[in-house]
Design a protein around this ligand. Structure first.
Ligand SMILES: Nc1ncnc2c1ncn2[C@@H]1O[C@H](COP(=O)(O)OP(=O)(O)OP(=O)(O)O)[C@@H](O)[C@H]1O
Length: 305
């Protein structure tokens, strides 16, 4: 009997990860894989553990149990992320944006992107002061690359504006450009659409797809806007109370009773029953209309009590 093997190239191999803060278990025995080339979304109600997962994948937190192996760039051998510093994980090919924008507001848009690009360069402050030839070349290259990235995210006309003066959606795109400056194999986007308007969300969806398809960067995405997630993600992982409760394509996730129950705060049986009878207002495609603002943490807590 032949055994089917999965030959897809694994970027993140996460096995039985548990992360605790005192009495709170924010990740509970989570196992999952991220494959090269995919846009993988992590969804779940407030407090489900999504940011804890991102923090564990980038070296901010070290889970007490389990393993996380990373091979971010093509041809890399998997290495453990546990115990690694965040800048080391970044050098290994993982870039990230944050739920709360973390730009340098008093630097220009171009300078912000150059900060990302220059993390990959060899010149230190001494070489800069001495004006070494390679330093001058790197400076020129970093400006050119930063301009290219500003072009990619549609911000060349804002290159010399202070980051703090840009519109909210522009700041979100600038963060992505800065992250791309580090030449990552995978980019982790933590709620990139938060606070953006519908037009900005559409631009963002197009940008994420472009980064993935044209630049070959794999994308791991936390996002509460289900319409956006379902339109661009190849696959989704669903967390609830720190546990992985589902994994699949957008179509599979929208029909999954455990997922619907988690979001609605009803039991899985009720959700399955209502789904079967077609009288669940948020079942199927309607799941894509879920919005963070409609789903408070209380809704979920009450359902689980
Ligand atoms: N540094 C920390 N110290 C203590 N508890 C934490 C810490 N970080 C996360 N938690 C707890 O872990 C649980 C998961 O939180 P996390 O922020 O990962 O959820 P989330 O899914 O990202 O939520 P949201 O959608 O609201 O951002 C929560 O109960 C949270 O209070």
């Amino acid at each position: 009997m032949s055994v089917a093997t999965d030959t897809r190239d694994v970027i993140y191999d996460i096995d039985s990860v548990t992360l605790r803060f005192g009495g709170v278990t924010s990740l509970n025995n989570v196992s999952m894989k991220m494959y090269r080339g995919e846009i993988l979304a992590v969804i779940g109600p407030n407090g489900a553990g999504k940011t804890s997962l991102f923090n564990s994948l980038t070296g901010v937190y070290t889970p007490q149990e389990g393993s996380i192996n990373l091979a971010a760039r093509v041809g890399d051998h998997p290495v453990s992320v546990l115990g690694q510093k965040t800048h080391v994980v970044n050098r290994l090919g993982v870039a990230r944006t944050f739920q709360n924008i973390r730009l340098f507001p008093a630097l220009t848009a171009l300078e912000n992107v150059k900060v990302g690009v220059e993390t990959r360069q060899r010149s230190g402050p001494i070489a800069s002061m001495l004006g070494m030839p390679w330093q001058r070349r790197e400076e020129r290259e970093s400006s050119e690359r930063a301009f290219e990235l500003l072009h990619e995210v549609g911000l060349t006309s804002r290159a010399n504006e202070l980051a703090g003066s840009l519109a909210y959606g522009e700041q979100r795109r600038l963060e992505i450009a800065r992250a791309l400056g580090t030449n990552p194999g995978v980019i982790l986007l933590d709620e990139p659409a938060a606070g953006t308007n519908p037009a900005e969300k559409r631009d963002l969806a197009a940008l994420i797809t472009k980064i993935n398809q044209d630049d070959g960067v794999s994308v791991l995405l936390i996002e509460h806007d289900m319409k956006l997630v379902m339109s661009i993600a190849h696959r989704l992982i669903v967390l609830n109370f720190g546990q992985k409760i589902a994994e699949g394509t957008p179509e599979q996730i929208q029909k999954n009773p455990a997922v619907i129950a988690a979001y609605l705060g009803s039991s899985e049986e009720e959700a399955a029953d209502e789904l079967a009878h077609g009288d669940l207002p948020s079942a199927g495609p309607a799941l894509i209309s879920f919005d963070k603002n409609e789903l408070s943490a209380n809704d979920v807590t009450e359902g689980q009590a």
